[in-house]
Write a protein that binds this ligand. Sequence first.
Ligand SMILES: C[S@@+](CC[C@H](N)C(=O)[O-])C[C@H]1O[C@@H](n2cnc3c(N)ncnc32)[C@H](O)[C@@H]1O
Length: 323
Amino acid sequence: MSISYSHLSVLSEEVIKYLKPRNDQNYVDCTLGGGGHASKILESTKPNGKLLGFDLDPHACQAAKQNLGKYKDRVIILCQSYVHLKKEVEKNNFKNISGILLDLGLSSDHIDKADRGFSFKDHGSLDMRFNPEKQTLTASDIVLSWPEDKITNILREYGEIKQAKSLAKGLVTWRKEFVKQKQKKALLTSVFNSAILRILGIKESSLKKYRIHPATRIFQSLRIAVNSELDNIKKVLPQAIDILEPGGRLAVISFHSLEDRIVKHYFKQAIKACTCPPSAPVCSCQIKVKIKIKTKKAIKPSQAEVARNPRSRSAILRVVEKL
Ligand SMILES: C[S@@+](CC[C@H](N)C(=O)[O-])C[C@H]1O[C@@H](n2cnc3c(N)ncnc32)[C@H](O)[C@@H]1O
């Protein structure tokens, strides 16, 4: 049976241009999704280049396995988090890595499948786990059981919501009634969305005047908390630089400012040189320049790409090269 996967790869041409895959080179794709970027890399690394691919989501792994079938002798698919990058590269004896791709966040497939619980436009259970087999905490658990101050924190930090405190207070008041009435029935995304609008005092009929739906940032903050997304990015970046061959490149596609800030900050640290005074006989700070930045200005999708795939509109690509 064929596995459907709705995601369209973002900034594909630009990723290939900057990663420069050539015959027989080895690459790592930390976020395979349906294997869109990976297939382009594998096409360019014929006949012997290998690709090690990660995805946390079992459905994405199946889709990638299917879509990369014709390259199967050159691909290793690991259905687990990229935070284990270095360990897995060593375990699989994967060497001479010329490039690494991180295409962050979620895929269209997550948004389009109601039962994954990522979309406020649907009626699935408010779940949001990238890997429901390995992760236990759901977005619904957070909304229905976390203390008000912890909910305030994630709304503020992961959603950058100014009225986080009053929103969390409203949610805690609303959930008391919900739990009483529903007696442990699943919290649906649509029900949660309506509750948010009620707490914010927004009528469905007035939604058109908002540039982004008022629930967007709240859903984003829950998703980031459920999947520890920002911590994972902080963990993987130094590992990626560490395992690259000198001259190898790391390309990162972010989709919002929280992700991009972490990437930018890490790259800024990694281009710092020794800070010891010139008079010091030996370096005591141990700071070494690790990378050079290949994208002085972040790369964004062309108008044509955004017209073709509106979900690409917030993508930001940054690329560095290991020294
Ligand atoms: C934007 S999609 C990648 C799409 C892919 N580049 C393509 O061309 O089809 C991001 C993918 O990263 C996966 N993901 C998110 N966090 C992850 C993690 N910590 N480890 C591995 N995969 C992760 C998601 O499950 C999702 O499939």
